[in-house]
Design a protein around this ligand. Structure first.
Ligand code: UTP
Length: 233
């Protein structure tokens, strides 16, 4: 099974803890014994700090995005270091390069590609392009809510939603300043366009990530953790 994993920088690179990188590497290594893995690392707090510094200097948003991309790639480089010989040594800089790298049989790790999106969108595009069996968005929230749970105490979590519903939620959250969308709007649109089966999951615990992905791979049906985005009834 081909799994495309969007691994949020906020969980992978939290406090730049090398032990945490090694634990994610171990979980990925175990998963890669049964599955083909393509991992897209996010930028996390470092990206936000660097982007904040650039914005404060008056940099335009595209320049800020390029800075964010560099940090996502830096996190990819760290994860490659943690994986050692089990990782493909280069960081693909395009979707085509990612496709070629997968032929190596190693775990492929990469970051951002182009301004105007986040690594969720990179992951969704790759999942479509490479016909992945599963797209997983591994983050620090336990799924998709009806509204931003940090701002709205009445927000409820969905176990399963359609891609159309995801878009309506994401667009509503995006309009409110200071809120953070669970899935980037570009990714949501691609998930809808391509009818990708997608799992949004709290993956702060790398062993849980491994367990859930293995179980999901085995039975290919909705699981209790996270939110399952699917066009299937
Ligand atoms: P992330 O994917 O880490 O954004 O990209 P995020 O949603 O804030 O993620 P996490 O979960 O906390 O890690 C960081 C920034 O890099 C730029 C964007 O500015 C994004 O906000 N970026 C990333 C791009 O411009 N293009 C890409 O393809 C990827």
């Amino acid at each position: 099974m081909l799994i495309v994993l969007s691994l949020g920088g906020s969980i992978l690179a939290k406090d730049l803890d090398s032990d945490r990188f090694l634990k994610y590497a171990e979980a990925l290594r175990n998963l890669s014994k049964k599955h083909t893995l393509l991992v897209i690392t996010g930028g996390g707090e470092a990206a936000r700090n660097y982007i904040g510094a650039a914005r404060a200097m008056g940099a335009d948003e595209v320049t800020c995005d390029y800075i964010g991309i560099e940090i996502t790639r830096l996190n990819a480089r760290l994860l490659i270091a943690a994986l050692g010989p089990d990782a493909y040594p280069e960081i693909p800089a395009s979707y085509l390069e990612a496709s070629k790298a997968l032929g190596s049989g190693k775990i492929v790790v990469m970051g951002g590609i182009t301004p105007g999106q986040t690594t969720d969108a990179v992951s969704a595009i790759l999942a479509e392009f490479l016909r992945a069996d599963l797209l997983t968005i591994a983050t620090s929230i336990d799924g998709v809510y009806s509204a931003d749970p940090k701002n709205d105490p009445s927000a409820v979590k969905y176990d399963k939603i359609s891609p159309e519903k995801l878009i309506s939620i994401v667009m509503a959250i995006e309009m409110k300043a200071g809120s953070k969308s669970p899935v980037d709007p570009v990714a949501a649109k691609i998930i809808e366009r391509c009818k990708l089966d997608t799992l949004v999951l709290d993956a702060r615990d790398p062993t849980l990530l491994e367990k859930v992905l293995n179980e999901e791979a085995a039975k290919k049906s909705p699981i209790p953790e996270g939110t399952w985005i699917t066009a299937r009834k």
